[in-house]
Design a protein around this ligand. Structure first.
Ligand SMILES: [Mn+2]
Length: 266
């Protein structure tokens, strides 16, 4: 199913992300996250919802890009957080359901069995075991190696927080905390190589192993650079730094290289 999604997205240029007539933080966060993800994949993304975004959701950056009118021309639709006809009255009233049905469609949802399911979708990725559509998109992004920039990560976190009522209700699972931690720690690194700089000054304490030698504290400074990489769910980093210690006579200069692994997170 994930491969079908990859192929449908690859084949499309203009993609409309569709929310039902009952938008909430999960649907809006999911739509905005997809706007960033698909945008970073080079797609033209439109956001549609049949009703106005409620004022209580307008803290989500980008809510004002959600349009009340379905574009007449698009290659693919992605419906988020809904999988029943019953939540699309506005499209029916506007006579646009036919337009939606005529184009390839992906449904991303987490609601258990519904009445009148959207039978025209090419792919229905509906996972009731997942607490929110935001978390489902996070999983999909990891499986398909989709880019998650900072904004996409924040929107997914808003989705998750919305449906789990701040990680408080039954929809919150171990995977939810893991996803939140992952998205919080370093969304910039997800699927990417991230360079960074290091620097510091301090004191270096050394003691000769010769019997009776006194320990010695010296001023030192260091500077360096590192590179973080992702390999699946494992984060790797390599960093090198130039360390200079003000030892008597000639300075002691070292270039320690550190290589490490961060497990279970980005
Ligand atoms: Mn939801």
């Amino acid at each position: 199913m994930q491969e079908q999604i990859r192929e449908l997205v690859a084949a499309a240029q203009k993609i409309v992300v569709v929310q039902a007539d009952n938008p909430d933080a999960d649907s809006l966060g999911s739509a905005l996250a997809l706007e960033h993800i698909l945008g970073d994949l080079g797609k033209d993304v439109y956001l549609y919802c049949g009703v106005d975004v409620p004022t209580y959701l307008r803290y989500l950056d980008g809510w004002d890009r959600v349009m009340n009118e379905l574009p007449s021309n698009f290659d693919l639709s992605v419906i988020v957080d809904a999988s029943t006809y019953m939540l699309f009255d506005q499209l029916e009233k506007a006579g646009k359901m036919g337009t939606l049905r005529a184009k390839p469609c992906i449904v991303l949802d987490h609601h258990a069995t519904v009445d009148k399911p959207l039978d025209f979708a090419k792919v229905m990725l509906v996972e009731p075991a997942v607490g929110s559509t935001g978390e489902l998109i996070y999983n999909l992004a990891k499986q398909l190696d989709w880019p998650l920039n900072v904004q996409a990560a924040e929107h997914i976190m808003s989705s998750i927080l919305g449906d789990t009522q701040g990680l408080m209700n039954d929809l919150t699972q171990a995977t939810t905390y893991r996803a939140m931690a992952d998205l919080t720690v370093s969304p910039r690194m997800t699927g990417k190589v991230a360079p960074y700089l290091l620097g510091g000054v301090g004191v270096q304490n050394g003691k000769s192993s010769v019997a009776g030698a006194e320990s010695d504290t010296k001023f030192a400074w260091n500077a360096g650079a590192g590179l973080g990489l992702m390999a699946g769910s494992i984060g790797l980093f390599i960093e090198g730094r130039f360390l200079s210690i003000n030892t008597e006579g000639a300075k002691t200069n070292l270039i320690p290289i550190t290589v490490g692994i961060k497990l279970g997170g980005h």
